[in-house]
Design a protein around this ligand. Structure first.
Ligand SMILES: C[S@@+](CC[C@H](N)C(=O)[O-])C[C@H]1O[C@@H](n2cnc3c(N)ncnc32)[C@H](O)[C@@H]1O
Length: 400
């Protein structure tokens, strides 16, 4: 399993919790090992692995290692390619996106490695195509003259959820990062406010295309991400029985349906008309997918306004505030960012009742200033990588 840099512990916690419910006695004795770049899981059945792929929200990718070995020359690469049981994994006519990386190896030309893999696949009637149009994804890594072939069980990166039809590309955080921030904050709020902590109202003040609100709904209503982009790549693998896929679908949908009666209102605020229009399209699309698979629609409210001029939405239930302030978009100058965060802290401190939430901040100094401006709240910071730079997650919680 791959995860966004800095989110490995959260991804591991999600995997361990899911394995507790999915594990088949006798078949599974899963071992998880967290490394700086991935989580290795061994001694796990394909059924459990496929179900994990369907449910994980904080993983970037689930890759199944299908072949590996020494590959210090062109001849050895050809041999390793030939040793992979391709016809058990993929059918003739399959299209694959290929991702090749080579480091510290004699064959350093990635294009050459891709060509050799492409030829091996062609022998079985499979072809490499651009990743966007591929049904499957094959990851090939050559490191220190050892090659590893890994097939994506989702057939694509898992953060590409596809619930956003409109303005999907605006300065947004990737979905797996938003999910990890949500998980971290829910955990933090539970530690601070007690085991019964369960937010009923989600407020997303700088909503953009809506990622933070959608990921909160996915987490709290246990919506399996595959319903937005499915089927999984693994559903076309000849070696996986139909019963396994049926189990995955049933188990993940039942989990969602059981959480359906949890009360949840999600309010988006954005002052940009185009974003508000995009949110209308995206919320409708989101609910269409949920209801088509037997889930309950989420109550979304979209407010076209400046957040600082809004009144706090009324209603019952704990308030959860998810903030991705526009620190890099419109506010290029530091002085404006320096003013924004203390103002935000003051505004949030004025919200009535118990609350919890998080904000993304561009630097540690800004994060600390924001945290110290929050009144009567427990706070916690953690750095993570967002688009190649280190940014900060500030979590906050107030019990009453
Ligand atoms: C960094 S983007 C947020 C990205 C978002 N999390 C997403 O997933 O796309 C910031 C958004 O805040 C909005 N915005 C900026 N200032 C605002 C304000 N004072 N009140 C409400 N919305 C604001 C912008 O229109 C923009 O859509």
């Amino acid at each position: 399993m791959r995860f966004a840099k800095g989110m490995g512990d959260l991804c591991l916690a999600e995997i361990v919790a899911l394995l507790g419910t999915l594990k088949v006695d006798g078949a599974d004795q899963p071992q998880c090992q967290l490394t700086p770049t991935c989580i290795m899981i061994t001694q796990v059945s394909l059924r459990t692995l496929v179900s994990l792929t369907a449910l994980l929200t904080t993983a970037r990718e689930v890759l199944w290692l299908v072949g590996s070995g020494r590959a210090g020359s062109i001849g050895e690469i050809k041999d390793r390619c030939a040793a992979v049981p391709w016809p058990l994994l993929l059918t003739r006519g399959s299209t694959l996106g290929l991702r090749v990386a080579s480091t510290s190896s004699h064959v350093f030309h990635e294009g050459k490695v891709a060509e050799l893999v492409g030829k091996a696949l062609a022998k079985h009637g499979m072809s490499e195509v651009p990743k966007v149009s591929a049904r499957q994804l094959l990851d090939v890594r050559l490191i220190d003259d050892r090659i590893a072939f890994a097939l994506s069980l989702a057939g694509r990166p898992l953060y590409q959820r596809h619930y956003k039809k409109a303005l999907a590309g605006t300065a947004t955080v990737k979905e797996d990062i938003a999910a990890a921030c949500t998980q971290a904050t829910l955990r933090f709020a539970t530690e601070h406010q007690g085991a019964s902590y369960q937010p009923g109202r989600i407020l997303v003040p700088f909503a953009g295309s809506g990622t933070l609100g959608f990921e909160a709904a996915i987490a709290l209503r246990r919506i399996p991400p595959w319903i937005f982009f499915g089927p999984l790549g693994a559903e076309a693998f000849p070696c996986i029985p139909q019963a396994t896929m049926n189990f995955m679908r049933r188990a993940s949908l039942t989990r969602m349906q059981e959480a359906g009666d949890r009360h949840l209102e999600v309010t988006f605020i954005d002052d940009d008309a185009a974003q508000v229009e995009a949110l209308r399209i995206n919320t409708a699309n989101f609910n269409d997918h949920v209801t088509a698979t037997g889930g309950e629609a989420t109550a979304f409210t979209i407010i076209h306004s400046d957040f600082f001029e809004c009144t706090w939405p009324a209603g019952d239930g704990h308030l959860f505030i998810a903030l991705n302030p526009p620190f890099g978009l419109r506010l290029e100058d530091r002085a404006a960012v320096d003013r924004l965060y203390p103002r935000l802290a003051k505004t949030i401190s004025g919200a009535p009742g118990a609350l919890a939430g998080f904000a993304l901040a561009p630097t540690e100094a800004v994060a600390r200033r924001f945290a110290s401006g929050l009144k009567d709240m427990a706070t916690q910071l953690r750095p993570f990588n967002h688009g190649g730079r280190t940014v900060y997650l500030v979590m906050f919680s107030r019990a009453t």
